[in-house]
Design a protein around this ligand. Structure first.
Ligand SMILES: *Cc1c(COP(=O)(O)O)cnc(C)c1O
Length: 396
């Protein structure tokens, strides 16, 4: 049997490669940070990580992880409802709930699992899920696993959301679900308006804070903080894999009964291993770092402003970002790949995105700023953008 299937896979893989869509991975041989070292010993500045607060190589987090490992060993070898949890897991859940001003939280191996396991235990075919068209793949998959009636509105389009809500009056319960920050444009979901509509049409609200937590809002606590929506959001999901240290792990945080029900019924929680003690220990330390000082978030905000201003002054077409994601618009797909390759030769890593990841004719370079970047890193990146932009005729 495998012979035929192998031929099929080989043809498919070849087609992916010929379409220029084959994903190849760089080999990094240093800690994740503003500057990384590659397998061949060359160095590059990293502008494509989700390391928003620059904590991926934080000595304090490394130390906390080591301490937890020394005290509690390496792994859990079980799910929580069978063998039990450690105090570290519970302490981390409480820290997450405190950070988001919610009742409680539940940990998952990843935010992909948090989103995959949030809808099915709570809603049935009597209910409705109303989802933004640009929501993350894990939300889309989570919705697919649930029998609720599905509605979809164009990205951040409040008129379309309202129409969906009107139609969804036919169902018993309704939930609106949105990313906090959309990862391709860097725009923020209009959460105040979403909450207003939710109240008008008797719906719940869920926000995925993966790209917004640690980044948006006056002190970086996410979109609920930014729009003053504490208490109006029923469910937040998020990841420990981006601003929050960048290792691995996800969570759902929100109303008490919702979290209690997820602990009883959420399949990725019930049937998948607990996060290891070192991740829980480092996570607890992470929230201490964020509580002690807002310096990292302040630096991130300054870096985004500095980079954006310089790029606009140089004549680049930049999406009006509200986050740490800066989309440099090139529109043409081959140009976006050429640009990313040329600027990599200058020692700057960014990603070129094109259809189907972004709409047709909307190809771009995505730049992700970080508190790990120093002014000289930003200046080097800006100079490289200007050099490559001129060479490729993108700017004058
Ligand atoms: C990155 C991301 C996830 C996945 O997070 P993991 O913890 O890496 O699984 C989920 N949702 C959104 C919006 C994301 O950006």
């Amino acid at each position: 049997m495998y012979g035929k299937f192998q031929k099929y896979l080989q043809d498919e893989l070849k087609a992916i490669d010929e379409a220029g869509l084959y994903k190849r991975e760089r080999m990094i041989c240093s800690p994740q940070g503003a500057e990384i070292t590659l397998a061949d010993g060359s160095k590059a500045l990293n502008f494509c990580a989700n390391n928003y607060l620059g904590l991926a190589d934080s000595p304090r987090l490394v130390e906390a992880a080591k301490k937890a490992m020394d005290n509690r060993g390496y792994g859990m070898s079980s799910v929580r409802f069978i063998c039990g949890q450690m105090d570290l897991h519970r302490e981390l859940e409480k820290a997450i709930a405190k950070y988001f001003h919610t009742d409680d939280a539940i940990l998952y191996a990843a935010c992909f699992d948090a989103n995959g396991g949030v809808f099915e235990p709570l809603l049935t075919d009597d209910d409705a899920i109303i989802s933004d068209s640009l929501n993350h793949a894990s939300i889309i998959d989570g919705v697919r696993l649930c029998k609720a009636v599905r509605y979809r509105y164009a990205n951040a389009d409040m008129d379309e959301l309202e129409k969906c809500l009107q139609e969804a009056q036919a169902q018993r319960f309704r939930i609106i679900v949105t990313d906090g920050v959309f990862s391709m444009d860097g725009n923020v979901a209009p959460l105040d308006k979403i909450c207003d509509l939710a109240e008008k049409y008797d719906a719940m609200v869920m926000v995925d804070e993966s790209h917004s937590a640690g980044v948006v809002g006056p002190t970086g606590h996410g979109v609920a903080e930014q729009f003053g929506c504490y208490g109006r959001v029923d469910i937040h999901t998020g990841t420990l894999g981006k601003a929050f240290g960048g290792a691995v792990g996800g969570f759902t945080t929100g109303r008490q009964e919702i979290i209690d029900m997820l602990r009883q019924r959420s399949r990725p929680y019930l049937f998948s291993n607990s996060i290891p003690p070192m991740i829980a220990g480092a996570g607890i330390e992470l929230f201490k770092i964020l509580e002690e000082s807002n310096a990292l978030h302040d630096k991130l905000v300054k870096n985004v402003e500095y980079f954006r201003e310089a790029m606009l002054a140089a004549g680049f077409d930049i999406k009006p970002t509200q986050s740490a994601i800066c989309a440099v618009m090139l529109y043409d797909a081959p140009l976006s790949q050429k640009f990313a390759a040329e600027i990599a030769k200058e020692g700057i890593f960014v990603t070129g995105f094109y259809y189907p990841v972004v709409p047709k004719g909307q190809a771009r370079i995505r730049v992700q700023l970080s508190a790990a970047h120093e002014k000289e890193h930003l200046d080097k990146a800006i100079a490289a953008f200007i050099k490559v932009g001129k060479n490729l005729g993108v700017i004058k």
